[in-house]
Write a protein that binds this ligand. Structure first.
Ligand code: AKG
Length: 278
């Protein structure tokens, strides 16, 4: 199984990531890694963790499930995180000297799922401040453009914060208009007012997006499931923050206090830039 990306992370890709805050990288993981991750998702589904959520709404079609921090309990996720090129991809895109894992997340939409993932950005909802947060979204099934994750290029540089919305309705607690959080645009408005990008993707491809990039995903009208795993990875400038608001996961027992660099046993270091490149 490949330890380094099957295709190089080029200077052009790094520039696209920096400018747009989202890009699609083709053919980065070999088929064995994808099979390995499919197996990991199957195991995690039989052993849901404390952050497992069923987002399926009564009366709606399909099934939509997510879970977080599987690597804390299912070894096959740790094997992927430490053995595959996922951390190197993020490190190179962020131009970082190191990469640490904030957490992993899985997103399963069964065939016929009508519910979408609302537009949101990740960083204000996680325990991290800094510019170097890169999420690598790895689909495990072929995904057509109208089913794949969508994002608004450049939104990571807007300097705006959007209230996190629950997938099946309502809002996470503690984010108000009075502290700078705005309601996020809905997808109809986003389509009208912005460029909303997505790609046809094959297993082995991945998306990489900045922690402040607005993104979401349609339901799944395809005849196969749409399984994806996201890896939330942080770099040199990342510091830990206590948000004092509802966040998920809660990173309980992580051992850091506000202002500490995110680089300890809980947030394991996964990649260090080779000395020859420093
Ligand atoms: O795959 C999805 O539906 C949502 C993924 C997502 O929001 C994320 O990875 O941050």
């Amino acid at each position: 199984m490949n330890k380094t990306p099957l295709n190089p992370v080029t200077e052009q890709a790094i520039e696209t990531y920096t400018r747009d805050g989202i890009l699609c990288l083709r053919g980065m993981f070999d088929a064995e890694w994808i099979e390995h991750l499919k197996g990991a998702v199957s195991v995690a589904r039989t052993r849901p963790g404390p952050n497992f959520q069923n987002h399926t709404v009564d009366g709606e079609t399909g099934g939509f499930f997510s879970d977080l921090q599987m690597a804390r309990r299912v070894p096959a996720f740790t094997e992927f995180i430490t053995g595959s090129p996922v951390a190197e991809i993020a490190g190179r895109l962020m131009r970082s000297r190191r990469v640490n894992l904030l957490h992993d997340a899985m997103w399963v939409k069964e065939s016929g799922t009508s519910r979408r993932t609302p537009l949101h950005h990740d960083q204000p909802f996680y325990c991290m401040e800094g510019d170097q947060m890169c999420v690598v979204w790895v689909p495990l099934d072929p995904v057509a453009q109208d089913t794949a994750l969508q994002a608004i290029p450049g939104s990571h540089r807007w300097g705006r914060k959007f209230r996190p919305e629950r997938i099946n309705g309502g809002w996470y607690a503690g984010y108000g208009d009075d502290d700078g959080f705005e309601p996020p645009p809905d997808v109809t408005r986003a389509r009208r007012d912005f460029d909303l990008v997505s790609w046809d993707m094959q297993p082995g491809d991945c998306l990489a997006f900045h922690g402040m990039t607005l993104h979401g995903a349609p339901g799944n009208q395809a005849s196969r499931p749409r399984r994806a795993v996201s890896f939330v990875l942080v770099g040199d400038d990342s510091v830990y923050v206590e948000r004092g608001r509802e966040i998920q996961p809660t990173y309980e027992g992580n051992g850091l206090k506000s202002g500490d660099p995110i680089d300890n046993a809980y947030f394991a270091r996964l990649w260090t830039r080779p000395a020859a490149e420093a």
